[in-house]
Ligand binder design. Structure first.
Ligand SMILES: NC(=O)c1ccc[n+]([C@@H]2O[C@H](COP(=O)([O-])OP(=O)(O)OC[C@H]3O[C@@H](n4cnc5c(N)ncnc54)[C@H](OP(=O)(O)O)[C@@H]3O)[C@@H](O)[C@H]2O)c1
Length: 343
């Protein structure tokens, strides 16, 4: 009997990731010319994106059914095809590509993988979320040392790395998050002002303490937090839109109010979209920077306290992230070290 591995595949559109997908058996193939095969150890959870894909609600991604799910995974190369130059069996490899995340094995062109020191959750988070954070802050946000930077969902996987990267640039960081525990965590990372939106009115605090003083704001929540950031941008400020978690609540909100031209024109503010998948040409250099900052101890990765394993654990990981309770990066262990048997 031929060997197989398991992967999560979108079978239908539905309201939740769990209802839309199935775990299926996939024939294990040998890598072709220029391809490598990776046995995955860890994957990273992107529960908000997964849910929007499950609902067919991501405008820019055309999803044809069935379609594999997940974005980022890390593992160990267990076979290489003819002509592969960058990897050998036993090397650690990470990938950050939609459809390549929620699976026990990955077979594909070596160009879709990055060499990493170790197949650990740390290097996975750095190669995926770390690169996102760096590019959002520096490439799209064009941050300068010492500027004032506001960050929403600051205790999350992306947010906690953004806070550290901004602090490393000597910035004054205003961090927004929900709840006391998250607020204490973000403060421990060095954030200068933490606004717990469950206890304080973000717009009122910013208006009182940071009037027209936000040089860079990175928002992944949208709604009233986006509005609050937009209202207090400094001259030539850059408001980076890297997500819209609030859209999960239902239909996109219809907003009636003055057009944003008034908030941006006179102050020369720009509103910029950040989409990591569109910046692949910048990934190798960003990875090197993020890895160097990690090795030098300037940034650290915190993982959510929950522990999930196997493909079924991915469902729990997605639901944990959607609960709004997670702190740090949510990951799932796919296989143990030393696991060498396929099905
Ligand atoms: N554009 C890109 O290329 C890119 C790359 C990576 C991530 N992202 C986006 O960045 C955001 C953070 O991603 P992450 O994986 O690191 O997640 P995360 O921040 O670890 O978790 C999501 C957090 O968002 C906040 N949130 C606000 N409204 C929410 C809602 N309705 N449902 C669930 N959570 C809500 C919650 O924190 P609080 O309650 O503390 O606010 C929650 O803990 C996501 O929106 C993701 O899609 C974008």
């Amino acid at each position: 009997m031929s060997e197989t591995y398991r992967a999560i595949r979108l079978e239908r559109f539905a309201d939740t990731f769990r209802a839309a997908t199935e775990i299926i058996e996939v024939p294990l193939t040998a890598p072709g010319p220029g391809e490598i095969r990776v046995r995955n150890r860890w994957c990273g959870i992107n529960g908000i994106f997964d849910t929007q894909i499950a609902r067919n609600a991501v405008d820019y991604v055309h999803v044809a059914l069935p379609s594999f799910m997940g974005v980022e995974a890390i593992g160990v190369v267990d076979a290489v095809g003819p002509g592969v130059t960058g990897f050998k069996v036993g090397d650690a490899a990470a990938t950050v590509n939609f459809r390549g995340g929620y699976r026990e094995a990955n077979v594909g062109p070596e160009s879709l993988f990055a060499r990493v020191p170790e197949a650990s959750r740390e290097w996975l988070a750095l190669a995926s979320t770390g690169v996102s954070a760096l590019l959002a802050l520096e490439h799209i946000g064009a941050v300068k040392d010492g500027e004032t930077v506001a960050i929403s969902a600051a205790a999350g996987g992306l947010g906690h790395l953004l806070v550290q990267l901004a602090k490393h640039r000597g910035c004054h960081v205003v961090a927004i998050c929900g709840g006391l525990e998250k607020a204490a965590f973000v403060a421990s990372l060095g954030a200068d002002r933490v606004i717990d939106y469950k206890a304080e009115d973000v717009a009122a605090v910013l208006a009182a303490e940071y009037p027209a003083r936000l040089d860079v704001a990175i928002d992944t929540v949208s709604g009233s937090i986006f509005d609050a950031f937009l209202g207090q941008m400094a001259r030539h400020g850059r408001l980076v839109v890297g997500g819209a978690a609030q859209d999960l609540e239902g239909k996109p909100e219809i907003v009636t109010g003055p057009r944003i031209v008034h908030a941006i024109y006179y102050k020369g503010v720009s509103v910029r979209g950040f989409m990591n998948g569109l910046l692949t040409g910048h990934w190798p250099a960003a990875r090197e920077r993020v890895f160097a900052l990690y090795r030098a101890g300037h940034i650290a990765v915190t993982f959510d306290k929950t522990r999930f394993t196997g493909l079924t654990g991915i469902y729990d990981g997605v639901e944990r992230l959607l609960s709004g309770q997670s702190m740090g990066k949510v990951v799932v262990k796919i296989a143990e070290e030393g696991d060498t048997r396929w099905r």
